[in-house]
Design a protein around this ligand. Structure first.
Ligand SMILES: Cc1ncc(COP(=O)(O)O)c(C=O)c1O
Length: 388
């Protein structure tokens, strides 16, 4: 199948006929491909009534397709209903009763990542924080809190609040030197460029489909490094964590030898159809092309916002940023509404205005958003004000 160009890719997202969509950090836009995949699920239900064999097969296809997209083996992937489900399953399998009971995490985590580990304090976990300096969180900050007592280091790749990207390869080196696991949260990055989990060396990773993987809520993934799988037995479990769920045993708790042991209940079938639609579309453009395209747009937007005198919270270095750029507003919810009135869909967290790019965006989107910021600049913080 021939590769799609970014223009061909964009033409599959009808929303661009109506609006400028720069909110993939919240929800990916709907393509005609994913729409068709959702209809395929509905039709399979109309047609087969209860085609569970087919539906379970679709979930397995999704496992294979996702694994290939991140450089993992399919046995290392659990298909989950949410990232939280994946984090909880791993946390429940860890033992915090010994000398190695530490959880070291940075201040840029998404709430669910922090909350699951905070909840482990009742099971003996000792939480330590790697402190950020403003919108920077360097690996040095982790070095101050990771030691031989640390069991796991949860780490977001790209921060949902300010777009800061952590150097995960360096963090992994630091953690492994102390014998600690790294648990990557790649949700704000997966789908916006290539990733190879084996090359990165992390021990666990969660991500989900509703942002840059261009599908819908209800399906997420947990990656567990091959040699760790059989050492861990989650207590948050269920029949889909068994070797053969369809053996229907109530007198025995066996463990699948693959990462499916971290799954629990009936898989998210409709979402699996949508997720496969999103992954197939991304494969047709290619993650390398997506990554280069997104980086060009991020650079264009970031530097134009800075040149206009606005406070850009996302770092300038290419290696320290992902697909999301955050500009400081004095009233970000009002700014989001003003942009919406101009046909631009963005979002905010606190007073940070979030604009994020995918392969479906183009230079003209960037320029339109920048012009809108200039027109509404009374709602943005000025760099000179911050410096004074
Ligand atoms: C970095 C990050 N992690 C996790 C999540 C969501 O996790 P869950 O699938 O548990 O809702 C989000 C969603 O916004 C996110 O941005």
């Amino acid at each position: 199948m021939s590769r799609l160009s970014p223009d061909q890719f964009r033409s599959r997202f009808p929303i661009f006929r109506r609006r400028i969509y720069v909110n993939s950090c919240s929800q990916g836009a709907l393509s005609t491909d994913v729409e068709a995949a959702i209809h395929e699920y509905v039709e399979s239900w109309h047609d087969g009534g209860s085609p569970w064999e087919l539906w379970v097969q679709k979930v397995e296809e999704l496992r294979t397709a996702f694994a290939a997209s991140v450089g993992a083996h399919r046995d290392e992937i659990a298909v989950m209903p949410s990232a939280s489900g994946g984090i909880n399953a791993v946390a429940s399998a860890l033992d915090f009763s010994g000398a190695r009971s530490g959880v070291a995490m940075g201040e840029f985590e998404f709430p669910t990542m922090a909350q699951v580990w905070l909840a482990q304090q009742r099971r003996g976990a000792v939480v330590r924080w790697a402190r950020a300096e403003g919108d920077r969180l360097d690996v040095d900050a982790y070095a101050a809190v990771v030691d031989e007592r640390t069991l796991v280091v949860p780490a977001t790749h790209v921060c949902f609040r300010n777009g800061h990207k952590t150097d995960i390869a360096a963090l992994t080196k630091l953690c492994h030197a102390c014998g600690a696991y790294v648990f990557l949260d790649d949700y704000q990055r997966t789908g916006s460029g290539p990733i190879d989990v084996h090359a990165l060396g992390v021990d666990f990773m969660v991500t989900g489909c509703l942002k840059y993987l261009l599908a819908e809520a209800g399906v997420a993934f947990l990656y567990v490094r091959r040699d760790l799988i059989e050492r861990l037995e989650p207590t948050i479990t269920g029949w889909f964590g068994r070797i053969n769920p369809f053996a229907f045993r109530i007198d025995e708790l066996d463990w699948s030898s693959s990462a499916s042991r971290f799954e629990s209940g009936t898989p998210p079938v409709p979402n699996a159809y949508a997720a496969l639609g999103g992954l197939s579309l991304l494969e047709r453009i290619g993650y390398d092309v997506v990554g280069q395209h997104v980086e060009r747009l991020v650079e264009r937007y970031r530097s134009a916002a800075e040149a206009s005198g606005f406070v850009v919270r996302t770092p300038a270095e290419t290696a320290r940023r992902g697909p999301l750029v955050v500009v400081q507003s004095v009233d970000a919810p009002a700014m989001v509404s003003r942009l919406a009135a101009r046909g631009i869909i963005a979002s905010c967290r606190g007073n940070g205005l979030r604009v994020s790019f995918h392969a479906y965006n183009n230079e003209s989107d960037v320029d339109t958003v920048v012009s809108a910021l200039v027109a509404e600049s009374a709602l943005l913080e000025r760099a000179s004000v911050t410096r004074s």
